[in-house]
Write a protein that binds this ligand. Structure first.
Ligand code: COA
Length: 184
């Protein structure tokens, strides 16, 4: 897919660029990112470079669309959010992180709403899902605010930092999306 920009009042989302390595390294090194994701910890500049190279290749190959999230007010790099389509069932999985200095301002919710719209309207998906580690209630709240429905707990589904942990799973399906859109 050609590069594209998604935007609303809070965030701008665009494909990754080589210069994003520096802010990815700075923001994704935080322990609070590691506690809630599978981003390696400690994080290195090389790992940030590999991440940026990989997501750029995935975009070019139409394997996944991982966006850089910018704070609309300043254009500062604030985080990452990607959608990974799975062809057989016309569904996709979403993953994301926001750098700690940008937490609590609605950026993750704004980005997830845009990504869901992209998934249904441009990728023409039928289902979009996401999971969070049991303890990560803030991420569950983001999914709720983006109109995803909780589908339950997958017990010890994730091996996170050498410990089996429950995952809480959310999804939105195409008919939910269109129903919500018609009442907005
Ligand atoms: C989870 C995360 C993406 C949220 O990003 P954000 O931009 O701060 O999210 P938003 O501001 O859009 O919304 C956060 C919501 O969670 C709520 N929240 C924050 N901490 C919470 C907690 N400990 N328990 C419950 N809710 C919490 C906020 O109050 C807010 O909800 P509200 O608007 O109803 O008040 C961000 O903290 C993050 O990247 N964390 C580390 C990585 C991560 O968890 N990635 C997701 C993996 S599934």
């Amino acid at each position: 897919m050609e590069p594209l920009v998604l935007a609303n009042e809070l965030v701008k989302m665009r494909p990754f660029e080589p210069a994003d390595v520096v802010p990815v390294f700075e923001l994704a090194s935080a322990k609070e990112i590691a506690e809630n994701t599978f981003v390696p910890h400690p994080y290195s500049r090389e790992a940030a470079q590999e991440f940026v190279d990989r997501v750029r290749e995935q975009w070019s190959a139409d394997e996944a669309y991982v966006f850089a999230i910018l704070d609309k007010a300043t254009d500062a790099f604030a985080g990452a959010m990607g959608i990974h389509p799975e062809g057989t069932h016309n569904s996709a999985t979403v993953g994301y992180w926001i750098g700690k200095p940008f937490w609590g301002r609605g950026l993750a919710t704004a980005a997830l709403r845009l990504l869901i719209r992209f998934g249904f309207e441009q990728l023409e998906l039928n289902r979009i899902e996401a999971g969070h580690l049991d303890h990560n209630a803030a991420s569950g709240r983001v999914m709720q605010k983006a109109n995803m429905q909780c589908e339950g707990r997958r017990r010890q589904a994730l091996l996170h930092r050498e410990e089996y942990k429950d995952a809480v799973w959310y999804a939105i399906i195409r008919e939910d999306y269109h129903r919500q859109k018609s009442v907005e």
